[in-house]
Design a binder for this molecule. Structure first.
Ligand code: ADE
Length: 263
């Protein structure tokens, strides 16, 4: 199934080059992704193509006007080739939004609707944009960026790489961090020694089961050291529980999340 996506932006030149590189380029070339970029200024009606205005009630910053955004959505519905009835999932990148996670990336990848990202700037949109469009606000983290283009591209990239056939090796998306709520394990490539640092023997052993177990253990070690909260309140498989116990008893990189009693 092809993923269809629209990006409404004040900065098409910020978005277009990213769509022409790496995974997003590959997905488009393979016919698995279609992206249309709309310049919000094309949907203004005044000579100066003004998209923003001062906030009612006073205060700092400028607010993006509702009308150009609503017109852009009307135009997009008209162009979608289904008599304006194509169903849209409208997303507004915003620090006030619901947190973007791997689960939401999966949800976007599976969603049959057109994904429409409306990228804001300044102090955000007139509230009648999200209200009138029943849009979802989504945040990529607890910090404030200058505008919504980078967050929209982050979300699109995270979703697109999950489309079957986009990644060269179908297993790589499956092995990524967060797929099963753990971080990825460490990776090594040639040569076997770099400035005195060597590749763990097991990876050179050719023993597939030992390698699988080592990778799982190191993923759990990395998670317990770097992001212990990911393991909290999680149901662990019998193997994961045993591997975590081994990690605790190794005493190095002792995970802070575990409270397994010492012998
Ligand atoms: N726009 C500005 N900051 C943002 C953030 N953290 N996430 C999503 N959109 C944003």
């Amino acid at each position: 199934m092809i993923m269809r996506c629209d990006i409404i932006t004040l900065f098409p030149d910020m978005v277009l080059p990213v769509l022409g590189q790496s995974m997003l380029k590959r997905a488009r070339e393979k016919g698995l992704l279609e992206v249309i970029v709309y310049d919000l200024r094309d949907y203004t009606r005044d000579r100066h193509r003004v998209v923003d205005d001062t906030p009612y009630g006073g205060g700092a910053g400028m607010v993006i006007k509702a009308e150009p955004v609503l017109c852009a959505i009307d135009a997009l519905r008209g162009e979608s080739g289904e008599g304006g009835h194509a169903s849209l999932r409208i997303l507004i990148p915003s620090p006030q939004g619901r947190p973007f996670t791997h689960q939401l990336a999966e949800e976007l990848q599976r969603d049959p609707r057109r994904l429409v990202f409306i990228c804001g700037h300044y102090e955000g949109f007139d509230e009648r944009v999200p209200l009138g469009l029943n849009a979802e606000e989504v945040s990529i983290g607890d910090y404030v960026l200058t505008n919504g283009e980078l967050p929209a591209l982050v979300m699109l990239d995270a979703a697109v790489r999950l489309i079957p056939g986009v990644l060269g090796d179908p297993d790589s998306a499956q092995q990524d961090s967060f797929v099963d709520a753990t971080l990825d394990c460490p990776h090594y490539t040639r040569p076997p020694e770099v400035r005195g640092m060597v590749v763990p023997d097991v990876l050179l052993s050719g023993n597939h089961e030992a390698i699988r177990r080592w990778r799982r253990k190191e993923a759990l070690r990395s998670t317990s050291v770097k992001r212990p909260e990911l393991l909290q309140d999680r149901l662990l498989s019998e193997e994961d529980r045993r591997l975590l116990e081994e990690i605790v008893h190794e005493k190095t990189n002792r995970p802070s999340v575990l409270c397994v009693e010492e012998e």
